[in-house]
Design a protein around this ligand. Structure first.
Ligand code: AMP
Length: 542
């Protein structure tokens, strides 16, 4: 039809230029490895990122080239988050917690041309540097203040060689801006490529009042790493809305984070539940030690947020935990457990029953759940099925991986998440498990996640992971691996009794083992696979 709107591209370039023009004085704060705080403004960020983009162009980085980062959350990583995409190149964040052989595989598969790495992480880079086939240049990010080795350029020297008057290219919104690999439990890691358009639309959705509600009065501390799913897109969203950002660097222990919340008056901080379990325990141990009154909301996801944790923050400290769900393949935000207006008058218990779900889809994300025959299951809050999703920031394929791509989509093009869910009549999804984590007992399914969440509601329990172990009669039975809080004690009988009123008898774990540490994945989730391996010969009574 004639007389339509302009076809204006949705690119990160606009967000980048806008923050310098309209929010030049807003701050970005970073905790460095020596614990000191670095501060500068978005005006500084913008001029430095422009110089970096120009220096990258001089190094020969051009449209579509992959530029890898191996960095903690800090201001220089933020510079890379923008300098690389606005140049038309592709920011490839490497997960520093992966095994060296996986890192080499990923960087080679992506054909990264330049690798930026934190000086403090140099020993890890040494472990896979020799296996990299396509990296032409290494750049030392001097977070420790030490001088670079002879095989790497120095970030600050590189940046000094660039110039601010560098003209940025006009980009198409469908060009790639960033990429990230997801470490599946089977097979090699799979690459997900984010377009400018996807990231921009995702930022709009994330900022919405009825999602995270981010604006320029917020002080946002992304604890979720910038090397995992773009720190949930927060660095992009914050720059778009002009919010102040606080980066914790490598210091992720509760005390360091709480000091930053108090000192910088953080209003929003986001990360996986294990981080907040630690913070809640610290707050409960010494109430009043830290002033956390500035905190408005903690978006929490990556694995299930236990109900008791959501309740504990709310009741004892007046802080809202906003449970959300997403995946590397969904940029990552898909759903958020925000209450609808008619629910706000409900009882605390009823509200908690909504807020503990993974939430309802944000605008432009569609969800449904399919049974084993691929039929849609009813939205009755009871029937389990595999969650499938689609939307403008959901991956359309894996990068150069036709086999994985063929398996990942339904015949009509929905992305199969591998998460087993129920969907309530109001559209809130509840993840009962990853398909592979369900405990299959006598042909019936037991949700390991629901048992874990309930166990983490026991006052003595800090963390709990439930796995299926082989059983002579029932094929598999649940075993609970429990880490108690410092100085606390509990017996298996006591924990069993605690669970008994909430679950059918046959759901209750057959055994409890107490451990000092539950192994975690590279992104802080319980490592069920390692636990299953460790306890595969555990003998349960027949
Ligand atoms: P990743 O791509 O590493 O971020 O992992 C995505 C997976 O994490 C999802 O498919 C879920 O299995 C899990 N996940 C993410 N958010 C949640 C949540 N709020 N509750 C339970 N599981 C979650």
């Amino acid at each position: 039809m004639e007389g339509l709107m302009m076809d204006y591209p949705l690119t990160l370039t606009h967000i980048f230029e806008r923050v310098a023009r309209y929010y030049p004085r807003q701050e970005v704060v970073t905790r460095l490895p020596d614990r000191s705080l670095h501060r500068y403004t978005y005006a500084d960020f913008h001029s430095r990122a422009l110089r970096l983009a120009s220096a990258l162009a001089s190094l020969g980085v051009s449209r579509g080239d992959r530029v890898a980062t191996f960095c903690w959350n800090h201001f220089r990583h933020l510079e890379l988050y923008f300098a690389v995409p606005v140049l038309g190149a592709v920011l490839h964040t490497l997960n520093i917690r992966l095994h060296p052989s996986q890192l080499a595989y990923i960087a080679n598969h992506a054909e990264d041309s330049v690798l930026f790495f934190d000086a403090s992480l140099a020993p890890l880079v040494e472990r896979f540097r020799g296996e990299l086939k396509t990296v032409r240049r290494f750049v030392w990010v001097p977070d420790t203040g030490q001088a670079s080795p002879d095989w790497a350029l120095d970030y600050e020297e590189l940046l000094a060689s660039g110039h601010e008057s560098f003209p940025l290219p006009s980009l198409d919104e469908r060009e790639a801006a960033a990429m990230c690999y997801t470490s599946g439990t089977t097979g090699e890691p799979k690459g997900v490529v984010y377009s400018h358009r996807a990231i921009v639309l995702h930022s709009f959705a994330e900022a919405m009042g009825s999602v995270f509600g981010l604006n320029d009065s917020d002080v946002v501390m992304p604890v979720v790493p910038m090397f995992h799913a773009n720190a949930w897109g927060l660095p992009f969203t914050c720059v778009m809305v002009g919010a102040k950002q606080v980066f914790p660097g490598p210091h992720l222990n509760p005390e360091s984070l709480l000091e930053l919340v108090e000192g910088e008056r953080v209003t929003v901080t986001a990360g996986v539940p294990t981080i907040w379990l630690g913070i809640l325990a610290a707050l409960d141990r010494e109430p009043g030690k830290y002033d956390v009154s500035s905190l408005r909301v903690i978006p929490c996801g990556g694995s299930a947020a236990p109900r008791a944790m959501i309740e504990g923050f709310e009741k004892r400290h007046g802080i809202t935990v906003l449970h959300a769900w997403g995946m590397t393949e969904t940029t990552p935000l898909g759903t958020a457990a925000v209450l609808r207006p008619w629910m706000r008058g409900w009882s605390e218990e009823e509200k908690l029953s909504v807020r503990e779900t993974q939430g309802a889809p944000v605008p432009f994300v569609e969800v449904k759940a399919l049974d084993e025959e691929g039929r849609e299951v009813p939205w009755d809050g009871k029937t389990m099925g595999e969650l499938v999703v689609r939307g403008p920031w959901v991956a359309g394929a894996y990068y150069r991986n036709p086999e994985a791509s063929a398996e990942a989509f339904t015949p009509d093009g929905w992305f199969r998440t591998g998460d087993i869910v129920t969907i309530s009549p109001e559209g809130y999804i509840r993840i009962t498990d990853r398909a592979k984590d369900l405990v299959k007992s006598g042909g019936e399914w037991i949700s390991s996640q629901e048992l874990e969440n309930a166990l983490m509601g026991h006052p003595a329990v800090l963390e709990a992971a439930v796995i299926g172990v082989p059983h002579p009669r029932w094929q598999e039975r649940p075993l609970a691996v429990v880490k108690l809080k410092e100085g606390a004690s509990a017996s298996p009988e006591e924990l069993r009794e605690f669970l008994a009123p909430r679950f059918p008898k046959w759901w209750l774990p057959d055994a409890f083992v107490f451990v000092d540490e539950i192994p975690k994945t590279s992104v802080g989730k319980f490592q069920k696979r390692a636990l299953r391996e460790q306890y595969k010969d555990y003998r349960l009574e027949g």
